[in-house]
Design a binder for this molecule. Structure first.
Ligand code: MEV
Length: 318
């Protein structure tokens, strides 16, 4: 039996970092995917093959190592334990997304792996897959808000609230996003810890920024449904000001945002910041110009659309 599952990467359109402290965030899944293929094997081991490296671990011993492949080992071991199976597993990960650039590679991996591996043992609902994926992601990023795994599971554009969950937003907008890569990988955990320190040292400033961010997010839904890209772009640029204040920008990201803003509706960091990517909001009228401006400044960039499918899974009898 072979189990294949794929999940989309994501962008945070509005509200990264603040979402960890209870502010709503708006996220979109993108048309770049991670695919995980799993099958049982006669060996009493779990073998994981991916561009991040390969790993083979015995099924009987605990896995404590701090490898980026830890979430896969977590899911595989949990399934083997719960279903009291003695057979081993072979897990292969293929990705359209580079890791560590804020496009949800890690969350998409966790979601696709949770679905692909669990399907060999049982049938989980989408919500159960999301929860399993979030627990797996916590093995490498303890304080995740859970937003990324949610959008990678359900797809489309979502409004996410750490306490009360998420709702899917509908839009008639035909926008796309230009993603520009600073080519500096980041660790979400490291950047999120810096924000935590900033909050501890500046509690009032942070609390007032959370209020401002909440007010901003409240405007997004109506701009999206009215297809008002100018307004959405302005909200993006305003959101960037708040990200500046909590210290997750740097000169490279600032310069990319400045160039992208010349032709797009608005631009900001997406994801943790400190490196990684920025997004610029565009449509047919300004997409090519934005890409060509960034490229002529030697900035690597590409355009993505919002994915509406979310998690896709299939079981193949061999
Ligand atoms: C990372 O993609 C987004 C953060 O807001 C962390 C989180 O929500 O878990 C920085």
């Amino acid at each position: 039996m072979k189990s294949i599952a794929s999940a989309p990467g994501k962008v945070i359109l509005f509200g990264e970092h603040f979402v960890v402290y209870g502010v709503k965030a708006i996220l979109g899944s993108i048309d770049k995917r991670v695919t995980v293929t799993s099958s049982t094997s006669p060996e009493e081991s779990i073998t994981i093959k991916s561009t991040l490296g390969n790993l083979t671990i015995p099924i009987s011993e605990p896995y404590e190592d701090n490898s980026p492949l830890k979430p896969f080992a977590f899911i595989a071991k949990k399934m083997i334990r719960e279903f009291d199976k003695k057979s081993g597993l072979e897990i292969t990960i293929k990705s359209d997304l580079l890791p560590g650039i804020g496009l949800g590679s890690s969350s998409a991996c966790c979601v696709a792996a949770a679905a692909s591996i669990s399907n060999l043992f049982t049938k989980l609902s989408k919500e159960e897959v999301r929860k399993l994926a979030t627990d797996a992601e916590k093995t490498i990023f303890k304080n995740t808000s859970g937003a990324d795994c949610t959008v990678c599971t359900y797809g489309g554009i979502i409004e996410y609230d750490k306490k009360s969950g998420f709702k899917q937003l509908t839009t008639n907008s035909d926008f796309s996003l230009v993603i520009a890569n600073s080519m500096t990988p980041h660790s979400t955990d490291v950047v999120a810890n810096k924000v935590k320190e900033f909050r501890e040292e500046n509690p009032q400033v942070f609390s007032s920024l959370c209020n401002d961010e909440s007010k901003l997010i409240a405007k997004v839904n109506s701009s999206l449904s009215k297809n008002n890209l100018n307004q959405l772009g302005q909200i993006m640029s305003e959101n960037q000001n708040y990200l500046e204040k909590i210290g997750v920008a740097n000169d490279k990201l600032r310069s990319m945002i400045r160039i992208a803003k010349e032709t797009s509706f608005g631009a900001k960091i997406t994801g943790a910041g400190g490196g990684g990517c920025i997004i610029a909001l565009v449509d047919k009228s300004n997409s090519e110009q934005t890409i060509s401006n960034l490229k002529s400044n030697n900035i690597e960039c590409f355009s993505v659309k919002i994915d509406s499918k979310g998690l896709i899974q299939e079981l193949i009898e061999e």
